[in-house]
Design a protein around this ligand. Structure first.
Ligand SMILES: NC(=O)c1ccc[n+]([C@@H]2O[C@H](COP(=O)([O-])OP(=O)(O)OC[C@H]3O[C@@H](n4cnc5c(N)ncnc54)[C@H](OP(=O)(O)O)[C@@H]3O)[C@@H](O)[C@H]2O)c1
Length: 265
């Protein structure tokens, strides 16, 4: 078990899913974790696990070396304004998961030469299955190891350039919603052809999991595996082609690009 002291400022959807993941795999000592929120009532249950829960961001920062800021982007300025005086370049490193806020903007807010990391995980941190894209500035090898260690405990990590952070948000973080909507549609189709909702969900869950794992394990391209499933004149190719006539791939690509254009504004 690692002895890193970690504070998560803004324990909402993502912050909480990160904490759940960290305590689930028992790699982090819960007593070394502090979480904050202005209204702490919904997260008081974390105290039972030994985690410190507070609405005092300044005290939380003083007790930890890794400061993960997980508030909405529009709350970031206020949070950094509040904690910047207690941020110590010799002690702290800051990890921002906020969408669309650059390291230049963060340095502008904190006015101190701290190591700054941008991380783009997704809510599968909850079950240690996130992909987290990372970018860092002003960090030592040890700082980088610490942050990678945290996010590798929550899934896998990938180093990217900062100018790809918004694209990472769309593909990796919003991507969870895209995949879930796709699964929802498959379940609806399954019900129409005869299964009850629960059975359809069970079949779809394992089918999607198996397809994803297959590409990961075999490091293969989807179209190669599709070729193996599509018998000439068979039902799979007929279904796939009908989906394409209805704009299946095109709608996914256009949705991803539309999300990206929105985030870039
Ligand atoms: N959700 C995702 O899948 C996802 C994925 C990747 C990145 N992100 C990024 O992660 C960040 C959080 O997203 P989210 O979906 O988790 O939002 P969220 O559910 O609204 O969580 C943010 C939390 O911050 C707290 N907060 C606001 N101001 C605060 C302050 N001054 N001090 C302490 N806590 C404060 C809020 O609670 P109180 O009002 O009670 O303080 C809220 O629970 C965003 O910047 C988003 O871009 C999210």
């Amino acid at each position: 078990m690692h002895n890193l002291t970690i504070t998560v400022i803004g324990c909402g959807n993502l912050g909480l899913s990160m904490i759940q993941g960290l305590i689930r795999n028992k790699q982090v000592n819960p007593k070394k974790i502090t979480v904050t929120k202005r209204n702490i009532t919904p997260i008081l249950f974390l105290k039972e696990q030994g985690i410190k829960v507070t609405d005092d961001n300044i005290e939380a920062v003083k007790t930890s070396e890794v400061i993960v800021v997980a508030v909405k982007p529009y709350n970031l300025t206020h949070v950094f304004e509040e904690i910047k005086d207690v941020l110590d370049p010799k002690k702290h490193l800051v990890v921002s998961v906020a969408t669309g806020i650059t390291t230049d903007e963060i340095y502008e807010m904190i006015q101190k030469p701290l190591p700054i990391f941008r991380a783009m995980p997704n809510i599968a941190t909850d079950i240690n299955q996130s992909i987290t894209c990372l970018y860092q500035r002003g960090s030592s090898v040890t700082d980088k190891e610490k942050v990678e260690w945290i996010f590798n405990n929550l899934g896998t990590t990938l180093q990217i350039n900062e100018d790809l952070m918004e694209a990472a948000t769309i593909l990796g973080a919003c991507g969870v919603a895209f995949v879930l909507r796709f699964k929802g549609a498959m379940i609806q189709g399954g019900i129409q052809i005869g299964f009850d909702a629960d059975t359809a969900k069970t079949i779809v869950n394992q089918t999607v999991k198996g397809a994803a794992e297959m590409l990961i394990v075999k490091n293969d391209h989807p179209e190669r595996e599709i070729d193996k499933v599509t018998t000439p004149k068979g039902c799979t190719i007929v279904g796939l082609n009908e989906m394409e006539h209805q704009g299946f791939s095109s709608s996914l690509i256009r949705g991803i690009v539309a999300s990206f254009e929105r985030i870039e504004k």
